[in-house]
Design a protein around this ligand. Structure first.
Ligand SMILES: [Zn+2]
Length: 484
């Protein structure tokens, strides 16, 4: 492994997407320098370019979290084991994935500590101390943190033992308020992912078997990846009073009675980066929506031997002008052939490439290439920033429309179980079908087809027919898919 690969073979090292989607994904992650494997199995290193994408997603979400009245705080990484055990369903759900700290300061600890798999237990414990009266409610706290859930099979961003996320934890006076919070967060997640990442999602409620351990109800947003598999992109849980009872979070109500609070929790993670790769990417690599692209524009100087004298000063001038106009721009002045640079920035998914050579300078123009459509056009240097802003907006919209069209093409309805199975085996994607609400029926469908219920759209009218599998009366239209 000591020999560096020939730079000319840079791009051909990516497995074509149509040939092997899974290998293509790993190639893109590695070659675009988004993440790398670490010495600890299942843990990943997020490299600067991948982290820059995360920061843009993180900032966009954080703005919305704060604008909707929430505040950020930070709770400890380690949780006494006994706290995790207070909520029975919760501990049962997470026990197989928990990592423990048994020693500290050279001595065995009296009580083992859990590396947080999520923070309901520690935050619930603190809320019990902080809440006395209805006047202390609601509590609307979010934390940005890392968590650990031990995984047997991992894949960068999509499933790693440690990942980054935000987790919101709220406490309310009434069940109505808690449900409203749960849904308003779900809508915020949908809006964020669709607006910032150009990834369309289906909002809905999870079945009992897929809900969060200890929750009353779990809602999710589900996206469709380029290989027809679904990806859960965010979840919002109505915890009811389960955690309040387990952690004794009580308050004196307006009528002086002592009551338990109503809770919610909700999270989105670094797996969103995986979604962006798999929804928009192509055979040449990453295709980044402008709003989450670390560089929205790359300037590549074109020219013969003396380009540093003839072209570079003008390229630098353009770079400064674009920076001044709020565009994230980089200038590639390395000593490489332009063709090699084009391929590399395509691989890294930069939405717009600006080429500038001696002839362009004579015409006071530049050549602009779009990553999404590969269209090229000559644009005047005058007001270039405005023209690029328009193009960036168009790319952002085009990527969302493209993903919506793909999802529409890969969503089918099935009215019989034969049809359901054939569709699921034939053309990957969502299959929408009536379902009875029975867990055993759901499990059988999964055994037969590997497909699970991703969610059931909120507010959808109850179907009149019978379950696609067992013919019992249907309770909902469910969105089924094979998933990550
Ligand atoms: Zn059924």
């Amino acid at each position: 492994m000591s020999k560096k690969p020939e730079k000319d073979t840079f791009v051909t090292e990516i497995t074509p997407r149509s040939e092997d989607f899974s290998k293509w994904y790993l190639d893109v992650v590695r070659r675009a320098e988004l993440a790398d494997y670490s010495p600890v199995k299942g843990f990943m290193v997020i490299r600067p370019y991948g982290y820059a994408i995360w920061e843009l997603i993180q900032q966009a979400l954080d703005r919305r979290i704060k604008a909707s009245g929430h505040v950020n705080a930070y709770f400890p990484l380690l949780i006494p084991e006994s706290l995790l055990h207070k909520e029975a369903e919760h501990v049962e759900g997470f026990a197989p994935q928990v990592a423990y700290v048994t020693h500290g300061g050279g001595e065995e600890l009296e009580e083992r500590l859990v590396v947080r798999p999520t923070s309901e237990a520690i935050i619930g414990t603190m809320y019990a101390k902080w809440v006395q009266s209805w006047r202390d409610l609601p509590i609307l706290i979010n934390q940005w943190a890392n968590i650990v859930r031990w995984e047997k099979v991992t894949r960068p961003f999509l499933r790693t033992t440690e990942f980054l996320w935000q987790e919101g934890h709220t406490a309310h006076e009434t069940d109505v308020e808690a449900e409203a919070e749960t849904l308003s967060i779900l809508h915020m997640y949908k809006e964020t992912v669709e607006t910032e990442m150009a990834v369309p999602v289906i909002e809905g409620i999870k079945s009992e078997s897929e809900k969060f351990a200890g929750a009353l109800r779990t809602y999710s947003i589900e996206a469709l990846m380029g290989d027809g598999r679904a990806l859960q992109a965010g979840t919002s849980h109505n915890l009811g009073q389960n955690f309040a009872k387990a952690f004794d979070i009580t308050f004196q109500a307006r009528d002086k009675s002592v009551q338990h609070v109503w809770g919610t929790s909700w999270g989105m993670t670094t797996r969103l980066i995986g979604a962006a790769i798999m929804v928009h990417g192509d055979d040449s690599g990453l295709v980044l929506p402008p709003r989450i692209a670390p560089f929205q524009v790359v300037i590549v100087p074109i020219g013969r031997d003396n380009w540093r004298e003839t072209v570079l000063p003008k390229a630098q001038e353009i770079q400064r002008a674009l920076q001044g106009a709020g565009i994230r721009v980089t200038l590639d002045e390395r000593e490489e052939r332009p063709g090699w640079k084009f391929a590399e920035w395509e691989l890294r998914g930069v939405p717009l490439r600006v080429e500038i050579g001696p002839k362009d300078i004579e015409k006071s123009a530049v050549l602009v290439a779009r990553r999404d459509t590969r269209e090229k056009q000559s644009l005047a240097m005058e007001n270039l920033d405005e023209q690029l802003h328009v193009l960036l907006d168009e790319i952002q919209k085009n990527l969302l429309h493209r993903a919506l069209a793909f999802r529409a093409e890969h969503t089918q309805h099935a009215s019989s179980y034969d049809e359901f199975r054939q569709t699921m085996e034939g053309r990957p994607g969502f299959v929408v079908a009536a379902w009875c609400g029975d867990a055993a029926c759901e499990a059988q469908i999964k055994t037969d087809t590997q497909a699970t219920i991703r969610n059931m759209p909120i507010g959808g009218s109850a179907p009149s027919g019978t379950c696609v599998h067992c013919d019992k009366p249907a309770i909902a239209e469910a969105w089924f898919a094979k998933s990550y």
